[in-house]
Design a protein around this ligand. Structure first.
Ligand code: NAP
Length: 248
């Protein structure tokens, strides 16, 4: 893909660990200045930003994506340090497993606020600059559960289904202004999120259902993400790309 993205500025939310950290590393390797957002994992984010600074420009930046005030403060800091954001990867997310009947209002709120309101705030804050430039690229990290639904993950699936609808809607609304909005729907990717939820037996059972016979890795998501941000994907808009090893 060359260095077509060199010099661009990307905010990757939830980049201290897992999928987001992999995406941040890959973009930095392509010459993108990367804002590594995190909520709590300060040392992981700082370490990744330091790693990025060896080869380019990185900035670890704390901010809860579910707070408009914190998102605004985060953008101001990115703008003054790296420049205005022209690439945005809405990756920060939380999961919730359990019977629908047991879900509390607070749990519902936390999942929806992080997974859906976060991208709302981050997109709204990015658009004025992107509109002025007539250029912007957004990738939302959804989930196959947002497409297929998931027993005992109904709230999480609802948040990701909402994110997919938001993706398709913004693609239509912002496309005429040169901004593309696409989503990736990962299957089971080996990260803290997955490890927290599944024991060894469940992982084995899961693998048996995945055509490629293995769980995904963070790196399995990075290629499609940087492709969707790149000029090679300039005519791709409003799409949801499933990356699940053939599971669904
Ligand atoms: P992870 O390892 O649990 O990492 C989650 C990241 O999100 C962390 O960097 C965390 O920051 C950050 N975060 C959480 N809440 C935040 C908030 N309110 N504000 C800012 N940052 C916040 O998760 P992952 O597996 O890499 O998942 C990344 C994305 O992929 C999520 O949207 C997830 O739903 C989606 N996904 C994952 C899988 C999978 O199998 N792993 C499958 C489908 C979709 P801290 O480190 O500071 O807590």
């Amino acid at each position: 893909m060359g260095n077509a993205l060199a010099g661009k500025v990307c905010l990757v939310t939830g980049a201290s660990r897992g999928i987001g950290a992999n995406i941040a590393r890959e973009l930095a390797a392509q010459g993108v200045a990367v804002a590594v957002n995190y909520r709590n994992s300060v040392s992981e984010a700082q370490q990744l930003a330091a790693e990025i600074n060896q080869i380019g420009k990185g900035l670890a930046i704390q901010g809860d994506v579910s707070s408009r005030q914190q998102v605004d403060a985060m953008y101001k800091q990115i703008e003054s340090t790296l420049g205005p954001v022209n690439l945005l990867v809405n990756n920060a997310g939380v999961s919730l497993r359990g019977l629908f009947q047991d879900v509390t209002e607070e749990e519902w709120q936390q999942v929806i606020d992080t997974n859906l309101k976060g991208p709302f705030f981050c997109c709204q804050r990015a658009f004025p600059h992107m509109l002025r430039q007539g250029y912007g690229r957004i990738v939302n990290i959804a989930s196959i559960w947002g497409i297929a639904g998931a027993s005992c993950e109904s709230v999480y699936a609802a948040s990701k289904g909402g994110l997919i609808a938001l993706t398709r809607s913004l693609a239509k609304e912002l496309g005429p202004s040169g901004i593309t909005v696409n989503a990736i729907a990962p299957g089971a990717i080996q990260t803290d999120m997955l490890n927290r939820e599944l024991d060894a037996d469940e992982v084995r059972a899961l693998q048996d259902n995945i055509a490629l016979g293995r769980l995904g890795r963070g790196q399995d998501i990075t290629g499609v993400c940087s492709f969707l941000l790149s000029p090679q994907a300039d005519y791709i808009n409003g799409q949801v790309i499933t990356v699940d090893g053939g599971w669904l």
